[in-house]
Unconditional design. Structure first.
Length: 113
């Protein structure tokens, strides 16, 4: 992925509504969701949803396919992987193990007396 494509994708996601749409589509998986379902789940007016979907499509993060009269919106998972790869490429100077988060430490257990 080139830097301008990464900037376009990140800019598209840098809005509360578009990020909500994208996360919903990622959750839906390859089957995607119709525009009507997205609008209902996010309580978003149709015109607003159309605008945000166009921005996500322009960035290459979302694609639409026709299923009869229905328009199904889906995540472009290959593009998502490209963006994640771009963001993590050469992580920690090429040593990804050094970038791993520290292990979570839970609350100490009380000893039985």
């Amino acid at each position: 992925m080139e830097i301008l494509a990464a900037v376009a994708a990140l800019a598209a996601l840098a809005h509360e509504g578009r990020l909500a749409i994208y996360r919903l589509l990622v959750e839906a998986g390859p089957a995607g969701l119709t525009v009507g379902v997205i609008a209902k789940k996010l309580a978003m007016p149709g015109a607003t949803l159309s605008f945000h979907l166009a921005q996500l499509q322009h960035a290459g993060l979302v694609a639409a396919r026709r299923d009869g009269r229905r328009l199904i919106q889906t995540t472009d998972f290959a593009r998502m992987d490209e963006l994640l790869g771009y963001l993590t490429d050469n992580c920690c100077g090429g040593n990804p193990a050094a970038c791993a988060p520290p292990p979570k430490i839970g609350p100490k257990k009380k000893s039985a007396k």
